[in-house]
Design a protein around this ligand. Structure first.
Ligand code: ADP
Ligand code: ADP
Length: 173
């Protein structure tokens, strides 16, 4: 069985994924992150990944039979700019922090390893606009596709992290 997390950039997918992985033994594959790194490095994998990303809808449809639950991190676009521009990431673990909503103990430093945090180059208000356009064009139809199958759990992703966690647990129980 497979579960999918879908939601716009900044909706909290990465923040909730350790819970899903540890409590439900499901792997959150940070595919977006891995592919972006491969594309940026222009490796042979990156070239292939770029082609694959253009075919994502098709791939998901083929995978459709195996997916048994989709968590939709539903959230208003207006909330995402503040989330995205305040996001800091620990690259090797994928842990994300937020300057206002989830600050690290020491600014710019990962709580667990003490290593430096980075900001993603595309985490700007300007690039967010085009990422959201892509989300509405490419990903929302996928959510509709699964909604018709009756397997989508719509989460209130604008709520505080702990409340979203409770909704994830309910959806997967
Ligand atoms: P995604 O993986 O969906 O792109 P993230 O989990 O990285 O999103 O969250 C984006 C930013 O918003 C991060 O800086 C994160 O710390 C913060 N964040 C995540 N969930 C919440 C929440 N429920 N309320 C406030 N801020 C949140
Ligand atoms: P974000 O972390 O910003 O929310 P996503 O994880 O949704 O980003 O994905 C970022 C990009 O990677 C998108 O263009 C998406 O189409 C592509 N992508 C995500 N998962 C896959 C996958 N399994 N195969 C191919 N492309 C993918």
């Amino acid at each position: 069985t497979e579960n999918e997390q879908r939601g716009p950039p900044g909706s909290g997918k990465g923040t909730q994924s350790p819970l899903i992985k540890d409590e439900y033994c499901l792997c959150h594959l940070a595919t977006g992150d891995m592919l972006r790194a491969a594309v940026a490095a222009k490796t042979p994998l990156g070239v292939k990944a770029k082609e694959a990303m253009e075919k994502l809808d098709e791939m998901l449809e083929k995978k459709g039979t195996k997916v048994d639950k989709v968590l939709n991190f539903a959230i208003d676009d207006a909330i995402l700019e503040e989330r995205i521009t305040g996001r800091w990431i620990h690259p090797s673990s994928g842990r994300s922090y937020h300057t206002k909503f989830a600050p690290p103990k020491v600014p710019g430093v990962d709580d667990v390893t003490g290593e430096l945090l980075i900001q993603r180059k595309d985490d700007t208000a300007d690039v967010l606009k085009s990422r959201l356009e892509a989300f509405h064009r490419q990903t929302e139809p996928v959510i509709d596709y699964y909604s018709k199958k009756g397997i989508v759990a719509n989460l209130h992703a604008e709520k505080p992290p702990k409340e979203v966690t409770a909704e994830v647990q309910k959806a997967l129980s």
